[in-house]
Design a protein around this ligand. Structure first.
Ligand SMILES: NC(=O)c1ccc[n+]([C@@H]2O[C@H](COP(=O)([O-])OP(=O)(O)OC[C@H]3O[C@@H](n4cnc5c(N)ncnc54)[C@H](O)[C@@H]3O)[C@@H](O)[C@H]2O)c1
Ligand SMILES: [Zn+2]
Ligand SMILES: [Zn+2]
Length: 361
């Protein structure tokens, strides 16, 4: 059996997205169909639409979502119909080299649904990050569903499904920010601001937000930044060094995904400091650095896939902290929109008007 729902499809490179009828198969073994209640618009969706991830058009966009499990396939025991879940895009396999070594956040064989969702003419869709949640319902691997407290609004909970988790995790998991550390965050969109929130949660003493847009810097300050630098008008490397006694920050988090901002991050950290790349570059981007500087400055150059999170560990924990008022996830939601407004939300993201537009159903 199948069912038909409405969803947002990116038909081809740089073409506007369209609301289309999507055919969803009933869940097979290990799969679940989720009734989506909210899905945030992440910059990675825009990367998909622009062809910056790969060429597997048409994409079913959306991947930052929360909803209620509608039905599950054979052998699914972790979630059941009626459960309120956040969707994750790294359902760990439990069997690969990384999982067996006890480092499941690096899992090299994460799971997605095996069956395909299609258009009504049978064209197979590529769901963004194996989710595809700008749709009334979506088919995922059951391991992509993490059950959390239903007391939290779906528009807020869903943000943990991607950008906010990636940013908080970039600070607390990948960057291992500690009490008293100095932290700089380059690029203060949803992901960068979440890194600010993560750094604050971890007890960073100084949190320097860098962006090219003063509106973003004002927001970053509300989120916990202690200092801001507009890198259009000021050299961010010099400014960060000045704000850290001439040394550079202990941890610099790059949340843009460009060679020039990575270079800034590389030189804005203290000797033996850590750079965390959480921004996602596109395939043509190249980085050139003097190898002697890579050696001589020491420390760690790390990438953060999904904030090195473990959804089963981190989603319920962050929902708890939100409910206790220790982090404010609702502050990330700039506006709630309808399924037909995704193209407009991309334009607003491009203009820097929003932290997160969230599609609600
Ligand atoms: N690693 C992961 O798991 C993961 C998860 C989600 C998103 N991402 C990536 O993180 C990045 C940010 O995503 P987002 O949703 O926050 O995007 P966004 O568009 O909301 O934010 C980007 C921010 O960077 C700023 N910016 C742009 N150019 C800049 C420059 N040269 N210097 C300083 N700031 C600059 C913009 O003004 C904006 O505030 C994207 O590359 C996205 O694909 C990564
Ligand atoms: Zn995302
Ligand atoms: Zn694995």
């Amino acid at each position: 059996m199948t069912q038909q729902v409405q969803g947002v499809v990116a038909p081809g490179r740089d073409e506007p997205v369209r609301v289309e009828t999507i055919v969803i198969p009933d869940p097979g073994p290990g799969e679940a169909v989720v009734k989506v209640q909210a899905c945030g618009v992440c910059h990675t969706d825009l990367h998909y639409k622009q062809g910056g991830i790969n060429d597997d058009f048409p994409f079913l966009l959306g991947h930052e979502a929360a909803g209620v499990v509608e039905s599950v396939g054979e052998g699914v025991t972790d979630v059941a119909p009626g459960d309120f879940v956040i969707l994750n895009w790294r359902a760990v396999c439990g069997q690969c080299r990384a999982c067996l070594r006890g480092r499941p956040w690096y899992c090299f064989d994460t799971h997605n649904a095996r069956q395909k969702m299609t258009l009504t003419d049978g064209t197979e869709l590529s769901p963004a990050l194996g989710i595809g949640a700008f749709a009334e319902k979506t088919l995922v691997a059951a391991g992509q569903c993490t059950k959390v407290d239903p007391a939290v609004a779906p528009s807020v909970a869903g943000l943990l499904g991607c950008g906010v988790m990636a940013g908080i995790g970039a600070a607390i998991n990948t960057g291992q920010v500690g009490r008293g550390d100095s932290v700089a965050v380059i690029g203060c969109g949803g992901v960068g601001d979440a890194a600010v929130v993560g750094a604050r949660l971890a007890g960073a003493a100084r949190i320097i937000a860098v962006d090219i847009d003063d509106r973003k810097l004002a927001k970053a300050r509300e989120m916990g930044a202690t200092h801001t630098v507009n890198s259009r008008t000021d050299d961010p490397v010099e400014a960060i060094r000045e704000l850290t006694g001439g040394f550079g920050a202990d941890v610099v988090i790059e949340a843009v995904g460009r060679p020039e901002t990575y270079r800034q991050a590389f030189y804005a950290r203290d000797l033996a400091g850590t750079v965390v790349l959480v921004g996602v570059p596109t395939p043509e981007m190249k980085l050139e650095l003097p190898l002697l500087d890579v050696f001589g400055r020491g420390g760690a150059l790390k990438s953060s896939w999904y904030g090195d999170c473990l959804p089963s560990r981190d989603f319920p924990m962050l929902i708890d902290l939100h409910q206790q008022g220790r982090i404010d996830l609702a502050a990330f939601v700039t506006e709630t929109i309808g399924l037909g407004d995704v193209e407009h939300a991309f334009a607003r993201m491009h203009e820097g008007d929003v932290l997160r537009s969230v599609v609600v159903f």
